[in-house]
Design a protein around this ligand. Structure first.
Ligand SMILES: *Cc1c(COP(=O)(O)O)cnc(C)c1O
Length: 404
């Protein structure tokens, strides 16, 4: 299927679509939920499961050691860090939790966070605040709805324990100024944790440039890896300060009756048993993304999303809800008088996948905008303008049936 190519990039979209079997089945605009895996990724997972089937799980892992280790090399290349600073875990939440819960908070320690924080992160702040007396302070937004750098700078005039920010919120297209926050964190010598779940895979992420000490990401979203895979980056000097909340015989070694030693590298945040086939699939997916070039991906994705927003803005009853000055591949909107869940269901009947972001996922942000929920359409580079046309057509017909 040839595309009109109004969006000019050097992207070989035909190849991207040929290598993505799901493209023939659905119009997938839920890449912020779980993207479609490319053929090479699912093949690498299946090959390993086949090996486990035929020779046994431990024996297969020994045989595939090179592929497993390759995942750390690929991840370190993706994030521009050392392979010893990478842990591979089961999801982004566990990656984030493992470092957050290893920070020794005490009464009065300040956690500076953002308005658009993800629920799982905020629940963890609340729990730690309750247990330790640490204090949560939310950095206000600037006039664009992004983390206000001047407000953060003012808040950093007093000592803080942690800056914990979400790079791209789950419920909208804005990109927070992660690198500028990194500069402020460095000047104030405050530890900086970045939730990069929605940004990794759709734009270049360089932890040296951003200046974060800790970063979490998931496999299944824009990286197009299998579900149940996640990544953690821990800067080497942060590593020594952080003792994981759980240790097992992979993270540590029981050396004497009354003594253990913890692993030197970031793998101290992993655990023994893991989804080996998924780990291999994650490495394959990262390598595949690097093959496309993350800057090219960013350009393609942001151009497609801008086109989608432009089209939605022209539709009666539709309100694009994205905030932010710098925007990415997530497009959020509401339709007057129609429940987002209903729209999602109707679109799915037409084989178009979108998702719904609920109030409780990002409570502070949704409450401040009085939004009970919204529709999230998230594009990836393999999506086309033709698919956007179809999406707009189907959405129009849902709206015309519901609001006479
Ligand atoms: C999806 C998401 C997470 C959680 O990732 P999991 O892999 O499901 O644990 C965390 N933060 C943000 C901003 C997300 O969008």
């Amino acid at each position: 299927m040839k595309d009109k190519r109004k969006i000019e990039t050097s992207f070989d979209i035909d190849r991207a679509r040929r290598q993505t079997p799901g493209c023939r089945e659905v119009i997938h605009l839920n890449n912020a939920g779980a993207s479609l895996m490319p053929r090479c990724v699912i093949d690498s997972v299946k090959d390993h499961l086949e090996l486990e089937t035929m020779m046994g799980g431990y024996e297969a892992a020994d045989r595939a050691k090179g592929k497993i280790e390759f995942t750390y090399d690929a991840a370190s290349k993706l994030l521009n860090c050392d392979r010893d600073e990478i842990a591979v875990v089961e999801n982004a939440t566990r990656a984030w939790d493992m470092v957050f819960y290893s920070i020794p908070f005490s009464r009065g320690d300040r956690i500076l966070t953002s308005v658009s924080e993800y629920a799982s992160n905020f629940i963890a702040y609340l729990q730690v605040a309750k247990k330790t007396g640490a204090e949560i302070e939310v950095v206000p937004n600037d006039e664009y709805g992004q983390v206000s750098l001047s407000a953060l700078a003012r808040m950093l005039e007093k000592p803080a324990k942690l800056i914990s920010i979400t790079h791209v919120p789950t419920n909208g297209g804005l990109v927070n100024p992660a690198a500028e926050i990194g500069k402020l964190a460095k000047e104030a010598r405050v530890m900086y944790l970045l939730d990069a779940c929605q940004s990794v895979g759709q734009m270049p992420i360089d932890v040296q440039y951003i200046g974060c000490d800790l970063l979490s990401a998931t496999g299944r979203k824009f990286l197009r890896a299998p579900r149940g895979t996640g990544l953690l980056y821990v800067r080497r000097d942060a590593l020594e300060k952080l003792e994981p909340p759980f240790l097992d015989l992979h993270a540590a070694t029981w050396v004497k009756k009354d003594r253990y030693t913890i692993r030197e590298n970031a793998r101290r945040f992993e655990n023994w048993e893991s989804y080996v086939a998924g780990k291999i699939g994650l490495g394959t997916a990262i390598d595949y993304a690097l093959g496309w070039d993350l800057e090219k991906i960013r350009l393609r994705v942001s151009a497609l999303a801008a086109e989608l927003r432009r089209r939605l803005r022209k539709m009666p009853h539709v309100t694009v809800q994205d905030l932010g000055e710098v925007l990415c591949g997530i497009v959020s909107f509401t339709v007057e008088g129609i429940d987002p869940g209903f729209i999602q269901q109707k679109l799915r009947d037409k084989r178009i996948n979108v998702s719904v972001s609920l109030f409780n996922y990002t409570l502070l942000d949704m409450a401040s905008r009085k939004l009970p929920s919204l529709v999230r359409a998230s594009v990836h580079y393999f999506n086309t303008e033709r698919e956007i046309d179809r999406f707009v057509f189907e959405l129009e017909s849902i709206i015309s049936m519901e609001s006479p």
